[in-house]
Design a protein around this ligand. Sequence first.
Ligand SMILES: [Zn+2]
Ligand SMILES: [Zn+2]
Ligand SMILES: [Zn+2]
Length: 428
Amino acid sequence: MRLFKCQSCGQTVFFENRTCEQCGHALGYLPAATQLLALERQGEFFAAVKGQHLKFRYCENASQDACNWVIPADSPDRFCAACRHNRTIPDLAAGNNRVAWQRMEFAKHRLFYTLIALRLPLKNLVDDPKGGLAFDFLADVPGAGPKILTGHEEGLITINLNEADHAERERLRTQMGEPYRTLLGHFRHEVGHYFWNVLVRDAGRLEACRAVFGDDSEDYAAALKRHYAEGPPKGWDQNYISAYATAHPWEDFAETWAHYLHIVDTLETASAFGLRIHPAATRNRALHADIDFDPHTAVSMQELVDAWLPLTFAVNSLNRSMGQPDLYPFVVSAEVVRKLQFIHEMVHAHGSAREVSAPVRRKGFFGRVIRGGQPPSQPPAPPGPPPIRPPEETPEITPPEDAPPVELPPDEMPPPPMPDEPPPLRLN
Ligand SMILES: [Zn+2]
Ligand SMILES: [Zn+2]
Ligand SMILES: [Zn+2]
């Protein structure tokens, strides 16, 4: 994720901001330009401070404080590029549904930020009624039928609203023996199933994908049952990014896909802050990096991994200094890099439809520019900047050779999958 600058006063502003805290201008995110626009009201629309002839209105979900994206004023759309994929949202008047859904939308918009930056194909149910990407945000109703299962089916992603309850999500994470469970992680995983349909199954890559992830014709229900009964095979972490990825090749693909998005987005954030990692304790080059490139246009997976390992090594260590769980509690093995490479090449092969922008090596910001300037006026509605928060537990970046290995406290290893408790709400 980039960092943004208020186009009116130059204040640093964040992706989710709706108002500049310094000059009071309204802010709206324009995905086509990767820009957070400073806006001023002009009648029923908002004009961009930089380019007054450009008029916008907010996505309809802005009225629920669930979105800060804008749409060109002359567009017939009511919803923005991210919200146009919502099929069902919960009853916002009931219980904590509104807050839960707002949290979901925060995560979902970050998902779409990266999908759009990677120029992945995004059809909704209007574009493709049979297989378009759509979301149902559903709440369990006590005593009314089976629990809502988070999962994906032919483009439709269902998310149980209770995942937005931090205590409940942590309970599930512990119960499932997972080192990491976040809303953003859910979205990135589930959308991986959608892109398996679009970029693998429907794009003639089935055999190539099977050569890397295994034979997906294996009975899915039986495979999951086996996974929950027996847990992952011994030594799984040599070949898989997570224990759950061992359940079935589809899950391996979705898990690996999610990590590809984790890596690309987090590296972009590191780049936006101009992070350089040069630990004095080691001259091992594998632990040094200047993160000064746009990961969306990286030439190879190796380029990303070469920056990712030092970054996670450093940030996991920072988290430990604060008594926090590791930012990235996973080991990226050579085999996992091979799988990530498959995804990287596939994403970029699709991206050949996009203009080939050579990897931009520059410090700090990257992004497309919008136009010339003008000063402030008046603001509209709320919310403020969300705290930027990291996720969960156990580590290892397999620090090469003489690297100071970070000792794990003994109780940090994730427990094996639950014994005979029912497999609840696991992503599928
Ligand atoms: Zn400002
Ligand atoms: Zn929206
Ligand atoms: Zn899944």
